[in-house]
Design a protein around this ligand. Structure first.
Ligand code: PEP
Ligand code: MG
Length: 585
């Protein structure tokens, strides 16, 4: 039995067999062959190429039937490589003249092919490199008789263990087959952790050595609340955890979901508690957990995990579904936030040294106005059927806000000319997640309709701590006096300008901080749906005046630890017997 500590990313207990996802790299052995083996190696090449062509044709037919001919055309460059005589002749040349095995010859030839494509001054051809690499992996796997693991046809429930699970991979996990998620890297507010929380999959990230210690098939316990994993547990530990799992499930079912949508303190302060959404499948959870609409819809997930860009109409249909699903409550669409730890296949963004500080979110959108405008038009059109708001991520100052608003006006003029309907007074808000925006909140508040504080980023930028880096996770402290002062300034500036301010960062769903934020005057809280009942229960059981007092006390303290301990003590006093129930789940 081995115990490893990581970062508690999504609560709950998962017990099951591990499936270790190895990086999609294939090691190709080099073997000298004798003269007699040459014809056999060339024959293997032909068989595998024919087989792969068949496989791609079948895949193409299936995709054409399921999602349309246009999507099936993405395989054209796969065929291009499989039928390229120059490439095939080169492989045969190496087998004959260098007397090497077919897989090695093929990998050498494909490398040359890719290098040549990368040098061509033609963007379309350069972009085909991803497809060529994909086909080369397929061919090599066949030659090496390796099987790619497809998560969509899992036969039994598993615990996924990986070095780094991308947000798009996590989003596409078949939820009903996944008992837990473990990764070597990542932090509590990395997007993979956020998705696991939304999907209610217990997760421990930032374990550093998980993939070194776990083999596929090992029995593993994931304690997502403590950030602990236990590999090959003893019978005694297993029994103990089976008990914890049953108790956890009972606790979850026991949480009282108030019928009233509004959260209201005992002395009458009402606040809105809404849900953060990444995937349309999460939509039923919004109502199930009693959230009042969608406070953050992370639209970029529609763009992830696919090879092409969703067109305006496809986006419009997806947004309509969300608006109708949440109706009559409000949906806040956050325009695409790619970059950081979320990347599109198309357009390919050059690798950057510091992606969280780079070409991300609004910066990307203000340059790729073609992509941005298609999205704005789709959101505007969806605003004609319900309560829709739009907000921009990563605004660092007034200039960016003005540019984005000008583009909205441009889209409105176009739609009007085309006779399409939209809400011409759609409220426009911004996320406050860059320290410069938090410090100039008074200036920004004059030019928009609402704020939503994105603490996941605001904390990483103000404390200079990469939110996805487990090495510095201990410094990622929402209670840091520097962070609290920034948040207070944002709330006060918004109210001075008579606009509402909410928070959609993970901090708003953590009980001790919800208590503090309530006291600071925050108007709305948005969090993953499963967190909603607990925070509602908290707010319904306290007095606003106690929260205001707690703010005065907390702002006098010097460290995050002091702040956290103080808030816990204050909450214990005001919640009494309900404290453990609300805080310890
Ligand atoms: C945030 O930064 O707090 C936020 C809600 O946005 P995201 O987590 O998508 O960066
Ligand atoms: Mg953010």
């Amino acid at each position: 039995m081995i115990k490893l500590k990581g970062i508690a990313a999504a609560g709950g207990v998962g017990i099951g067999k591990a499936l270790v996802l190895i990086k999609d790299e294939i090691s190709v052995p080099k073997r000298r062959i004798s003269h007699d083996e040459i014809s056999r190696e060339i024959y293997r090449l032909e068989v595998v190429l024919i087989d792969t062509r068949k496989e791609i044709s079948n895949l193409q037919r299936k995709i054409s039937k399921d999602v349309g001919f246009d999507h099936a055309r993405i395989f054209e460059s796969h065929f291009l490589a499989l039928e390229d005589r120059v490439l095939i002749e080169d492989v045969i040349f190496q087998i004959k003249n260098k007397k090497v095995n077919v897989e090695y010859a093929f990998s050498q030839s494909i490398n040359k092919y890719v290098d040549a494509l990368l040098k061509v001054n033609d963007e379309y051809l350069r972009e085909r490199v991803v497809d060529i690499e994909d086909i080369s992996r397929r061919v090599l796997r066949k030659m090496l008789k390796e099987k790619a693991v497809s998560l969509s046809d899992l036969k039994e429930k598993v615990i996924i263990v990986s070095h780094d699970l991308a947000p798009s991979q996590t989003a596409s996990l078949p939820k009903e087959m996944i008992l837990g998620v473990v990764s070597d890297i990542g932090g509590r507010t990395s997007h993979t952790a956020i998705i696991a929380r939304s999907l209610r999959i217990p997760a421990v990230v930032g374990v550093e050595v998980a993939t070194k210690n776990i083999k596929s098939g090992d029995k593993v316990i994931v304690d997502g609340s403590k950030g602990l994993i236990i590999i090959r547990p003893t019978e005694k530990t297993l029994k103990e955890y089976r008990g914890k799992l049953a108790a956890y499930n009972k606790e979850i079912r026991a949480i009282h979901i108030p019928k009233a949508l509004k959260a209201c303190t005992k002395d009458g302060r009402e606040v809105r508690i809404s849900a953060n959404l990444e995937l349309p499948e999460e939509l039923p959870l919004v109502k199930e957990f009693g959230a009042e609409g969608v406070g953050l819809y992370r639209t970029e997930y529609i763009f992830l995990g696919r090879k092409d860009l969703p067109l305006e109409d496809e986006q419009y249909k997806a947004y309509l579904k969300v608006v109708r699903g949440a109706s009559p409550n409000q949906v806040i669409f956050r325009t695409i936030d790619i970059g950081g730890d979320k990347f599109l296949s198309q357009p390919e963004v050059p690798k950057e040294m510091s992606p969280f500080l780079g070409w991300r979110a609004i910066r990307f959108c203000l340059e790729r106005t073609d992509i941005f405008k298609a999205q704005l038009r789709a959101i505007l059109r969806a605003s004609s059927v319900g309560n829709v708001r739009v907000m921009f991520p990563m605004i660092s100052g007034v200039e960016e806000l003005r540019q984005a608003k000008n583009l909205i006006e441009e889209c409105k003029r176009e739609l009007k000319k085309e006779g399409k309907t939209f809400n011409k007074n759609i409220p426009i808000g911004i996320m406050i997640e860059v320290p410069s925006a938090a410090l100039t909140a008074d200036l920004l508040a004059k030019e928009c309709d609402f704020f939503s504080i994105g603490t996941n980023d605001l904390i990483q930028y103000s404390l200079a701590v990469d939110r996805a880096n487990e090495k510095v996770a201990y410094l990622y402290e929402p209670g840091h006096p520097g962070v609290l002062r920034l948040i207070k300034n944002v709330i006060d500036s918004a109210h001075a300008a008579k606009i509402k301010v909410g928070m959609c960062g993970e901090m708003s769903g953590e009980p001790i901080f919800s208590f503090l934020l309530l006291g600071m005057g925050l108007d709305s809280f948005s969090m993953t749906s499963p967190q909603v009942p607990r925070i509602k229960e908290l707010i319904n059981n306290i007095k606003f005046e106690d929260a205001v007092k707690a703010v005065t006390g907390a702002l006098k303290l010097s460290t995050a630890k002091e702040v956290e301990n103080f808030l816990k003590e204050e909450l214990k006093k005001v919640l009494k017997d309900k404290f453990y129930r609300i805080l310890m789940i």
